[in-house]
Design a protein around this ligand. Sequence first.
Ligand code: GTP
Ligand code: MG
Length: 568
Amino acid sequence: MASACPRPIFLSFPKSPSPPLAVPGKHHPSATATASLSLSTRARAAPSSAPSPSPPPSPPADGVGPAAPTRGDVYLGRQLAAAATAGARARAPEEDAERRRRRKEKRKALAKKTPSGVACCYGCGAPLHTGEEGSPGHVEPATYDLKKRHNQLKTVLCGRCKLLSHGHMVTAVGGHGGYPGGKQFVSAEELREKLSYLRHEKALIVKLVDIVDFNGSFLARIRDFAGANPIVLVITKVDLLPRDTDLNCIGDWVVESVVRKKLNVLSVHLTSSKSLVGITGVISEIQQEKKARDVYILGSANVGKSAFISAMLKTMAYKDPVAAAAQKYKPIQSAVPGTTLGPIQIEAFLGGGKLYDTPGVHLHHRQAAVIHADDLPSLAPQSRLKGRCFPANDTDVGLSGNTLFWGGLVRIDVVKALPRTRLTFYGPKKLGINMVPTTEADEFYKREVGVTLTPPTGQERAEGWCGLQGVRELQIKYEELDRPASDIAISGLGWIAVEPLGVPSSDPDSSIEEENGGSGELHLRVRVPKPVEVFVRAPLPVGKAASQWYRYQELTEVEEELRPKWHY
Ligand SMILES: Nc1nc2c(ncn2[C@@H]2O[C@H](COP(=O)(O)OP(=O)(O)OP(=O)(O)O)[C@@H](O)[C@H]2O)c(=O)[nH]1
Ligand SMILES: [Mg+2]
């Protein structure tokens, strides 16, 4: 394309010695095809008032003197340049079509941002209506009319949000897993669609990840939503980590995981919307980085986006009257995924730019996608996690040959382990842990699922339950006996720390574990509902002991410089 431009200039003003230009009526064999194109065009462009066609001048190299380019030459030059550019364009029609397609897509996507003229519930972002009762966005007709008359639809909370704010658990997202949903449900795909415009916006993205379900809620394909916009990573719910956890170890672990996942972020913040840890730091970073852009809070369902916005507004309200006013009509939060159903615009910053809450992205590989809607609250930890160990102490039997059930959602067969290998479960307390010999496990599960092994809760749900069809064989290598080898993270639930030698030996002479120099392999078989993902990851350094066994990443100066920094 670049080579097409100089051509017409060369044709209009040939350098001396003048090429043998064709005189009309005379054929010059040496004249190039391009030259004759130039001449024929020139002839056509000659003023019609000219009495007879005169031979065209041979202009010198420079535009001075009697042979300087005439106005006609200049005009022709321009025309030919334009024609050449058009020609170059015509030579790449696919490129052009692609550009047009992208522009159209962008226009369409941006049009979805604000469904014009539709008032939405300030609690969940669903469009307000007076139709089907019980569906998200529904309001009593009398209330709707009154608020509309007074131009106050912005202050309306829909019926479902009122229930949620009183502690009822009503999800509104169905059809993406074990429960069928219903007429009043919106689908996970619809919610994704609502975020599709975002990659075309100029925005600052604040991506939230739940520390209890770090891998399951990470939303690795965030760029599908965020486009090329800058991302600040916020880790939520750190108040749920076991007592005496050192947040510096957690910060280093998170940064290492983010670097491994090749996600480019500005920085990492460890936060709690409950205790307000880390919130001030995120606010300062947002203020510094937003540069007149809007700020979008993005993440998987139930990671705490709406709660984070509440915490932000509460903290900002001390200094910012705009944030203080926004607190009155803030988004609703609840323990069930699928609370927020549409982007919610919040006037939160004194200096301009809007803050947006967004509907959570529902991922098919989390436990929430397969369990019944009524069982969803049992997946949410209510208070600080406390590891539950198996075996609990020295005197208990070893794990080899045994099976552990985590509620009715996870089964772990310990095929090969050291005599004192310990598994520590971190997750919601409502899920019981039961151990039986592997030989009896099938029978036990069949008998107890829905009864002892819950969720699924109750006989009826157990009958419609998809079962534990997904099987993962895990060979877990360990190099040292005195530190956890790995975590097994169950998407949407929690994690299990695997310690080769978890229980302190009461017998100092016992050295079975040392026989192969302290390294070896454990073999576990993990079963979960089919779409649920199982991740094996570096152990999350939680609890007091972690500050002794955790090793910070050893970095070169350059790596140190390039890595995102963590804050809390
Ligand atoms: N302990 C603790 N709980 C939190 C924190 N943040 C959120 N939660 C709880 O997590 C649950 C989900 O919070 P929401 O703010 O509704 O989550 P969300 O990401 O907006 O969820 P969707 O709108 O469904 O996508 C609620 O029960 C919150 O109380 C936190 O920092 N600590
Ligand atoms: Mg929400």
